[in-house]
Design a protein around this ligand. Sequence first.
Ligand code: BV8
Ligand code: ZN
Length: 247
Amino acid sequence: MLQDDVGRAAEALRAASRVVAFTGAGVSAESGLATFRGAGGLWEGARVEDVASPDAFTADPVRVWRFYDQRRANAAKVRPNPAHMVLAAWQERFSAFTLVTQNVDGLHQGAGSRGVVELHGSLWRVRCTGCGREREDRTAPLPELPPRCAACGAIERPGVVWFGEALPADGIVAAEAAVEACEVLVVVGTSAVVYPAAGLVGVAAAAGATVIEVNPEASALAHLAGVTLRGPAGAMLPQVDALLVGG
Ligand code: BV8
Ligand code: ZN
């Protein structure tokens, strides 16, 4: 029964001092942002994997930028939901709390989370394909596509990690260290099919952590979860938090 699961999740968390949260697109669903695979993962009839790739960008930078400009405009219009708020509050609740996200929407930071490990980069960062200069840019929509580097004039790309690209080394090292040391890993709103990010769940489980899955559906790694909260994060996480606050 769900209430028992919420109680078991709270019990595991109450006993923990080192906690990691690992999130995917589902944590932003209740803010109004589409997920990748729930929404059929299609954009203009193409699979996201086909648009979010270096080859697609080389072939047609404007088409890829239209995809990201649309997502930036969508993300600029929405606000963090209660799931983001609880995860931000948990940085004070546990002596060691690390938030690792696959998301690029910046909503965790909008909720007050600090030191977020963004494994797949950010919609709000732009990088020059010529000189590599990286900058923060919150303009939505962008005045011209593709944007051009003020320093060298080359076209700029979204500061995200595309399929076939390496994840930021510092991010993956920090994430692996955190999941290896944690007592509880809370996996929120991810289908857990994209690697190497999804590999973090197996690392935590192998290191003996209790894995809590928060997802209305079973992810590909649901079998690793010791506790399952089969519901939307915006409802589930506040229920767990209420039991933590209640002591
Ligand atoms: C790399 C950034 C090598 C851009 C993204 C075959 C097998 C295994 C791996 C591979 C393979 N073939 C290729 C690979 C590698 C590939 C990969 O894993 N492919 C998958 C598709 C099989 N990985 C890569 O290419 C990675 N790079 O391997 O490089 C390398 C190494 C060294 C040197 C050079 C190269 C790069 C992966 C990163 C790709 N970039 N995004 C952008 O966002 O535009 S990935 C993309 O998927 C997003 O970042 C997203 O976050 C991520 C994962 O998706 P989810 O977040 O899980 O979202 P999804 O829609 O899938 O699921 C949503 C979930 O939420 C669902 O479960 C749903 O039930 C749930 N939900 C819905 N509502 C709610 C909810 N949960 C809670 N509450 C709710 N209300
Ligand atoms: Zn440049």
